[in-house]
Design a protein around this ligand. Sequence first.
Ligand code: FDM
Ligand code: MG
Length: 209
Amino acid sequence: MARGALIIFEGVDRSGKSTQIKRIFNQMVNKGENVHLTRFPERTSEIGQTINGYLKSSNDLSDQAIHLLFSANRWEHAQSILNYMNNGTSVLVDRYAFSGVAFTAAKGLDLEWCKNPDRGLPKPDLVLQLDVDEETAKKRGGFGEERYEKVEFQRQVRKLYSQLREEHSDIWKIIDASASVDELTPALQNHVDETIKSCQNKDIEKLWI
Ligand code: FDM
Ligand code: MG
């Protein structure tokens, strides 16, 4: 059986990732395709609830501790992602280890240290980075509600995405997300469809190994 693809949406806060990934997921479900949608942080598990508390500033943790919890949150769902892929279902994910690295390294922590806990996770077949500048993001609704939603910090995150993009040019596509919601969806859907076709007979690799 052809395996499913692992496709990640990345971008700064308010780049439109969540809106677009839901649209693409719904379109695929309506066409009867095998697809699963998830996101990180996945806030319902015990670890996820601690992360949620940290993002809402109701608890405080060291930069290292929260980094490891974000990673642990991916590991607690890694096997289920692999199961979907092996059963022919493509998995769309709103943020992954690239957010993990970019957001922690933006605080000044070493990039390689940041990668370590995520080494060995299922490697994505495609990363779609929705790119908007911080000022555009800021103008969109809701910006500023959670920890990290500050213009200067997001600028730093965007720089780190550029660095990660260079390291992952084989799987990474950057998309200008200042376009309208309606214009963006078909372009993203094309990338998703192409990747699902092209990875069918490829082995699932491990990230950063
Ligand atoms: N974030 C997300 C991290 O700092 N590390 C991670 O590993 C992940 C997955 O959490 F500001 C940050 C990015 C964002 C915040 O994410 C909440 P959502 O997508 O807005 O829920
Ligand atoms: Mg957010």
